[in-house]
Design a protein around this ligand. Structure first.
Ligand SMILES: C[S@@+](CC[C@H](N)C(=O)[O-])C[C@H]1O[C@@H](n2cnc3c(N)ncnc32)[C@H](O)[C@@H]1O
Length: 264
């Protein structure tokens, strides 16, 4: 927490605020909220519905059967959020399968913003006039459609919060995570050193810091080469990493060659 308040404020607009209760009360996120590093406020859209039925959706113009989220409750809720803030305007994000896809770099980018509003759609989505006016950006969690924006919003909140310094106890574990430096994480083991005949790699119990560092770096490259070689096209490797990767590629090519010979 800074002297001026939380590092990141997140306001969520939803018709299902209860979905966020346990999410915000458990684990790393709950601790970050308790420590005042992040301030998450969940707004119940129904409270901003002007009619007595508290309607937040209506039939789509043009027919087709689907319901669309009404613009007016969203405008009112957004105005209340802006009025409750420090005077600046928040970065307003509509969760939508049509947006740019959430990844580690977006999570990092969001974690550096002071204030984000996450608008959760339902049904066919929100009235287009909302997107045209108050929405700065659409954010997707992948090329598939889920029922509502709440789960995508939770993914965004979780991924951006853990990028803030001090939120995850050990900074190394965030920096070693998959995607942080463009590669996948190395494999992890815990006690016992042997279980059902399966042993932990010797190097990890050697206590030799430098050897462990090199082993982990190589394993990270190995996993990336095997599972997500596309990441290597963009990864910025240091000279040691480039050398390791060249060797791993060479090994792969040789073992592929040996297999071909065995077949022949
Ligand atoms: C059933 S979806 C509507 C999908 C919309 N008719 C379309 O095809 O673009 C309802 C809401 O779920 C959320 N949603 C669905 N899939 C999503 C995704 N991949 N990423 C982020 N939000 C998503 C959005 O807020 C969306 O407004």
């Amino acid at each position: 927490m800074t002297a001026d308040g939380p590092i990141l404020r997140i306001d969520v607009i939803t018709i299902f605020p209860a979905m966020f209760s346990s999410f915000l009360q458990e684990g790393v996120l709950a601790k970050a909220i308790q420590r005042g590093v992040v301030d998450v406020r969940v707004w119940d859209l129904r409270e901003f519905a002007p009619d007595r039925h508290k309607s937040t959706d209506d039939e789509a113009y043009g027919g087709g059967g689907g319901m669309v989220m009404l613009a007016e409750p969203i405008f009112r809720c957004h105005e209340a959020i802006v009025a409750s803030g420090p005077g600046k305007s928040p970065h307003t994000v509509l969760l939508s399968p049509q947006g740019r896809t959430l990844d580690q770099s977006i999570a990092k980018e969001y974690s550096r913003r002071p204030w984000i509003v996450l608008l959760c759609g339902r049904y066919e989505g929100v009235d287009e006039r909302v997107r045209e006016t108050i929405v700065d950006e659409e954010l997707s969690v992948g090329d598939f459609v889920v029922t509502g924006g709440e789960l995508p919003a939770m993914l965004a909140i979780d991924s951006m919060t853990r990028m803030i310094d001090g939120v995850v106890g050990c900074r190394n574990s965030v920096e070693d995570d998959s995607f942080y430096n463009g590669l996948l994480d190395f494999p992890h083991y815990t006690r016992p050193a042997e279980i059902r005949g399966l042993k932990v790699p010797e190097v990890l119990i050697s206590g030799h810091f430098e050897k462990i560092r090199t082993w982990r770096k190589e394993q990270s490259l190995r996993s990336t080469l095997r599972k997500r070689p596309d990441l290597l096209e963009r990864a910025e490797l240091d000279p040691e990493g480039s050398k390791m990767l060249a060797r791993l590629r060479q090994e792969n090519a040789e073992s592929a060659g040996n297999k071909e010979e065995d077949k022949g």
